[in-house]
Design a protein around this ligand. Sequence first.
Ligand code: NDP
Length: 448
Amino acid sequence: MSLKNSYLSDLYERVVKRNPAEPEFHQAVYEVLESLEPVIEKHPEFVEKGVMERLVEPERIIKFRVPWIDDNGKVQVNRGFRVQFNSAIGPYKGGLRLHPSVYEGIIKFLGFEQVFKNSLTGLPIGGGKGGSDFDPKGKSDNEVMRFCQSFMTELYKYIGKDEDVPAGDIGVGGREIGYMYGQYKRITGLYEGVLTGKGLTYGGSLARKEATGYGLCYFADEMLKDNGKSFKGKTVVISGSGNVAIYATEKATALGAKVVALSDSNGYIYDKDGVDLDAVKQIKEVERKRIKEYLSYRPNAEYHEGCSGIWTIKCDIALPCATQNELDLDSAKALVKNGVIAVAEGANMPSTPDAVAYFQSNGVLFAPAKASNAGGVATSALEMTQNSERLSWTFEEVDEKLHDIMVNIYHNAASAAKEYGMEGNLVAGANIAGFLKVADAMLAQGNV
Ligand code: NDP
């Protein structure tokens, strides 16, 4: 890979050298730098003032030991991370991921993306991300609680309502946020909005749980409308069956589409009549079981082992909502062959770069994660506002704000792409629109 602009190309090489063996981080940086080529030509001051060098270097990386005791009384040790990437436009904000694949490179890639995403929301939040290689799967409630308490016993030193406000991500939902919040409060004695995605009885926001999935569909709907299309009557395939996938299914269905497939890391289900979301919620949110269990609710549905086969199902709209790099070039080819008209990313960086290029060169409407999944963090910022006011807004109020934010993000990304000569390229548009606000704030604040 090489960038046309020699300054950006050198910068990218330096990033690779300084952050060895972190391919996800390299991939995320490359995509942004590629989009910014026309921007730095128009704005040489960003180069002169070192904005680009500062942008690719996290402000702070915190790495710590997380010891906890399992149900057999044995000490287990995991590694915890918090990457505070950029605070130019507000306190660090971004989720915590608990998954065995977590290492520094994953958290850096997510933190880097978060900077631009948070900027796109139009709200005053900087970018950060954190997590651990702890695997919540198969752990008892008590083990998850002990892990979360130990994790927070170290993390609390670095976060605060005006400093850094973590939220959920893969493996972190309401249960984990509750345990972490309880421990933060116990240590600090503070009842403050230090985490978002909290339960409704202790400062959470209505519609936060639904926000990423709903926001994804609001974004995709606006993109479809702008191109004379809609969700109505369309067949949709969604990967994953976690928080984002479930609420994307709910909203896509409400907008008139039929969702026919969902997955987890073991395999996928195909239900040609449209998935029974109540069954999925019962399996995933209540029982915490595998998606395979769906067959006990709908015996006529199909279950297939393995994840990537889901993209061979014929559909009009694909919403990858599981994890990074889950949709590769072969999957993109299968989708295009089957007539897909739009792909909108719910997960972070789920499509590989060659898959994105294939969609774009085959006329598929493509919504990049930074823009299309920003609804979760946007609603987290609304939760922060409600916590500061000590008030709670209604579901409708939050949902309406979320809708307006997603529509604005779409139009800002589309206009930025057009202004820089790349009309229709929302990847470039989102990167540019997100970057400009952060870069201006960094310039204004001096060389910090
Ligand atoms: P959940 O933990 O609720 O669900 C994740 C889903 O993806 C599960 O079905 C999981 O299956 C599957 N999955 C996870 N890792 C893999 C893997 N390596 N291969 C295949 N499938 C996998 O997480 P969320 O729904 O919250 O997050 C999903 C994506 O959305 C992530 O990329 C996250 O960063 C992104 N996102 C989430 C936001 C939020 O508000 N929650 C906000 C913005 C982005 P299994 O159970 O088998 O592991």
